[in-house]
Design a protein around this ligand. Sequence first.
Ligand code: ATP
Length: 134
Amino acid sequence: MAGKTLRLEVVTPERMVLSEEIVSLIVPAIEGYMGILPNHAPIISGLEPGVVKYKVDGNYKKMAISGGFLEVSDNKATILANTAELAEEIDVKRAQAAKERAEKRLHDKGDIDVLRAELALKRALARLKAAGQG
Ligand code: ATP
């Protein structure tokens, strides 16, 4: 009989953020949100800055990622991201301040790097959403 869980590992250049047996996973893939269940076919996909939602036992949990890659093989999902924070690790005030800073930069325009401000805004919005403040 096929297993009822899969392993989720989330790794950043700084640390192993999570390594846990989970029931299901939803990731912000480049093509849109993608669901992963146990025994999923092998894939590699790019990830946008956003919220990763995963189910452990009966509970849904959230984390924010800054974008990166998902690899699924051998019933293991590996997320490689530049930054990732579990919901309970997120400093909401800091994310709110980052959001306001990015919005101001986009509003003021001038010669600033628009793409950089847009990415900073996406990271801040993902953190607020993962922390339940989005
Ligand atoms: P800020 O402008 O507040 O630094 P940022 O989006 O530029 O935000 P990053 O460069 O993505 O920050 O992240 C730098 C480090 O700080 C990473 O380790 C990331 O996990 C952590 N981090 C960033 N924002 C938060 C937050 N609101 N709560 C907890 N950790 C955060």
